[in-house]
Design a protein around this ligand. Structure first.
Ligand SMILES: [Zn+2]
Length: 439
């Protein structure tokens, strides 16, 4: 059992200059909302905002911090549970980050996302730089204020999506030039520009700019790409500079080759980051190959920093990753599935489009406490999906995000109690039973 907080050292001995306290805006109570009367006022755009420069000292128990740190609280085998502290709030790990691609988790209000138990959101640099533009978001007060999410935000570097979405991209040592998939406009992303964009957005956890090759790929190509990403990681570190309260994560690459993963981890450790991501997985290699890499990759990264597996995944992927030492994950799956009639439950996937639900008065999952399960029948969910009503996406996304967060909180409790193996056995037992019988 580990209980000692492991603060991330401030680089160059510099300390955060700004006071701890409420530094966020929220329309409704949520992370960072000022609960004290008179602390919030409406600005001209109708947003409730926290009055800056009028901060009270942190309340006892508020436990605010002006710096980024990670404290491991317990381990169970390779699995870990802990807390990442940021000036915008705490992130309980293992953490699942819902994806707010274009400054919204689709079909969800921010306070609803918070109600599912999410401590942090992910925003996409590629999408936000193209529309509405990072400079515009900065002029409007930053991404937290723009999208009304007061908690921590992690932004990706844009690299992955440039590779997968942009047209006519050209890769050089300096970076990537590409045409927007929206309007064909020409853009350039470099490590320096990615750091600048993520700073303009006001991201709390910034990702180093990297290149992520699709798998399968020849080992030589993976090695070349990984070494380019390590040179970009050093440039990202240099461009990020010293920003107390904000974290920069390096990204390990190397495909499914252990020696390349080791070389990448070594290069990142030499540069030094506040956290480390495992990149280049969940890109078509399959679960078995991914778990094969996760059997060794997390152990190559510093134990006292958060480890983030990018773009994962399905509930059983998440459980398998946490078991192998991963602390953070993100995936569009729960929200995307919610818009296509797919629900994720303890018993596996439920396709609400299926005619078997048309007369079913039972909830999706009788044990689930989300609004979709508490207040609506499978028959209703089936009907609104078939009728293409917007509430269909809202309810199914809420349920899916709630289920994913319940899974995370179940794992955190199990790791703390040293019973993750029993939790995993029960997870698989219930899933193997499958969905409830049709009526
Ligand atoms: Zn539910």
């Amino acid at each position: 059992m580990l209980s000692r907080p492991v603060p991330v050292p401030e680089r160059d001995g510099l300390r955060a200059g700004k006071a701890a306290g409420c530094n966020a805006q929220a329309l409704l109570p949520g992370p960072g909302f000022c609960a004290k009367p008179g602390r919030n006022r409406r600005d001209r755009t109708g947003h409730a905002m926290c009055l800056r420069g009028n901060r009270d000292p942190p309340q006892p128990g508020a436990d605010m911090t002006d710096r980024f740190s990670f404290a491991l609280q317990a381990t169970d085998g390779a699995a870990r549970t802990g807390v990442i502290s940021t000036p915008r709030g705490k992130i309980r790990t293992p953490a699942f980050m819902p994806v707010g691609t274009a400054a919204t988790v689709k079909a969800m209000m921010p306070e609803s996302v918070a109600a599912t138990g999410a401590d942090i959101l992910l925003g996409n640099t590629y999408h936000l730089m193209l529309r509405p533009g990072a400079e515009r978001v900065a002029r409007l007060g930053g991404l937290h204020r723009f999208m009304n999410w007061a908690g921590p935000i992690l932004t990706d570097s844009g690299g992955f999506q440039v590779m997968s979405l942009a047209e006519l991209r050209k890769l050089t040592e300096n970076g990537v030039t590409f045409r927007s998939h929206i309007d064909g406009a020409r853009h350039e992303l470099t490590p320096e520009r990615s750091m600048e964009i993520q700073k303009l957005l006001g991201s709390d956890i910034v990702m180093a700019f990297d290149e992520c090759p699709a798998l399968p790929a020849a080992e030589e190509a993976v090695a070349r790409s990984m070494r380019l990403s390590m040179r970009w990681a050093a440039r990202s570190r240099e461009a990020f500079g010293d920003r107390p309260g904000h974290a920069l994560f390096g990204i390990q690459q190397g495909g499914v080759t252990e020696a390349l993963r080791a070389e990448s981890a070594e290069a990142l450790r030499a540069i030094g980051f506040d956290g480390y991501a495992i990149g280049g997985l969940a890109v078509g290699e399959g679960q078995e190959a991914m778990f094969g890499v996760l059997d060794y990759a997390p152990g190559m990264l510093p134990e006292d920093r958060p480890r983030y597996l990018m773009g994962v995944g399905k509930p059983d992927d998440i459980l398998g990753a946490v078991k192998r030492g991963v602390d953070m994950m993100d995936c569009v799956l729960p929200s995307r599935s919610g818009r296509t009639g797919q629900a994720w439950t303890r018993r596996g996937q439920v396709n609400i489009k299926n005619a078997r639900h048309a007369d079913d008065p039972r909830p999706l999952d009788e044990a689930c406490t989300c609004p979709a399960c508490r207040n609506y029948s499978r028959a209703y969910l089936h009907h609104v999906f078939r009728a293409k009503e917007i509430i269909s996406s809202m309810l199914l996304t809420w349920h899916n995000l709630h289920y994913f967060q319940e899974l995370m909180s179940g794992m955190r409790e199990a790791i703390a109690a040293g019973r993750l193996a029993a939790f995993e056995a029960e997870f698989h037992r219930v899933r193997a039973e499958g969905d409830i019988e049709p009526i």
